[in-house]
Write a protein that binds this ligand. Structure first.
Ligand code: GDP
Ligand code: FE
Ligand code: FE
Length: 207
C-alpha cells in the first residue's frame, strides 16, 4: 500500500467524496494505463507539495482528477464549448487541448469539486497559464515528470530543474520544451501556449 492509500483521509473541504470514492470514479472513467498515470501524478504532486509547501490534500485531489476528461467523446467537449460560450477557436483543436481547458467543467460538475484552485490547476495542466498558483505549477510539473514519463532528453532535464526550483526551474523548462516540441513537429500551437511561454520562459523581457 502506498503512502496516499494508507494515510490520506480527506477533510471534506474540497470534495464531499472520500479519496477511495474519487479513485473509483477515475478508474471508471479511464483506461487502465491512463488510470495508472493519474495515480503516479497524484504521488508526484504530493511529493512536490511536501517539498514546496502546498496542501497535500489539494495536491492529491488535483493530481487524481487532472485527466478525468481524457477519454470523453469529442461531442461532449463541442457541446460544452457552445453551451458555456467558450472561445470559438477551441473548435480548431482536439482532445489534447480540450481535456484540460474544457475538461475542468466536467470535474466540477461530476466529481463535485468546487475549489477554484484545484479547478484552475486542471484547466491549466496542459497549456499552462500566465498566472499559475503553486498548486497549478505542481500539477503541471507532476504530470510531466511522473516516473512513468519517458521521452528522450527532456524529461530528465525537467526532473532536475523541478528539483532545483518549481517556477524558474521546472515550469520554465517544461514550457520551453513543449513549445520546441510542437514547432519541431509542425503541430498547431494553441495561443495560450505562447502566452504561457512569454510569461515563464524569456529571461529578458525587453529585446
Ligand atoms: P497527458 O494528458 O497526461 O498526456 O499530458 P498533457 O495534458 O500535458 O498533454 C497532452 C498533449 O497536449 C501533449 O502531447 C502535449 O504535447 C500537447 N500539447 C500541449 N500544448 C499544446 C499546443 O499548444 N498545441 C498542441 N497541438 N498540442 C499541445
Ligand atoms: Fe492531460
Ligand atoms: Fe496527465
Amino acid at each position: 500500500m502506498n503512502k496516499s492509500e494508507s494515510e490520506i483521509s480527506y477533510t471534506g473541504k474540497y470534495t464531499p467524496l472520500s479519496r477511495t470514492e474519487l479513485v473509483k470514479k477515475l478508474q471508471e472513467a479511464l483506461t487502465p494505463s491512463r488510470f495508472n498515470h493519474v495515480l503516479r501524478v497524484e504521488q508526484t504532486a504530493i511529493q512536490l507539495a511536501q517539498k514546496y509547501g502546498e496542501s497535500v490534500e489539494k495536491a492529491s485531489i488535483a493530481g487524481l482528477v487532472h485527466d478525468y476528461a481524457k477519454q470523453r467523446p469529442d461531442a461532449d467537449f463541442i457541446r460544452a464549448i457552445k453551451q458555456y460560450r467558450l472561445d470559438d477557436n477551441l473548435l480548431n483543436y482536439g482532445n489534447a487541448i480540450w481535456h484540460g481547458v474544457v475538461g475542468w467543467l466536467f470535474v466540477a460538475k461530476e466529481l463535485q469539486i468546487e475549489n477554484i484552485d484545484i479547478l484552475k490547476a486542471v484547466e491549466y495542466h496542459t497549456v499552462g497559464h500566465q498566472y499559475m498558483s503553486k498548486l497549478a505549477q505542481i500539477v503541471y510539473m507532476a504530470d510531466y515528470i511522473e516516473p512513468g514519463r519517458d521521452f528522450p532528453g527532456g524529461v530528465s532535464k525537467a526532473r532536475e530543474a523541478t528539483e532545483i526550483s518549481l517556477a524558474a526551474g521546472g515550469v520554465s523548462c517544461q514550457t520551453q520544451q513543449t513549445l520546441s516540441y510542437l514547432i519541431e513537429n509542425k503541430l498547431p500551437v494553441y495561443p495560450q501556449t505562447i502566452i504561457t511561454y512569454n510569461a515563464w520562459v524569456p529571461v529578458q523581457t525587453k529585446e
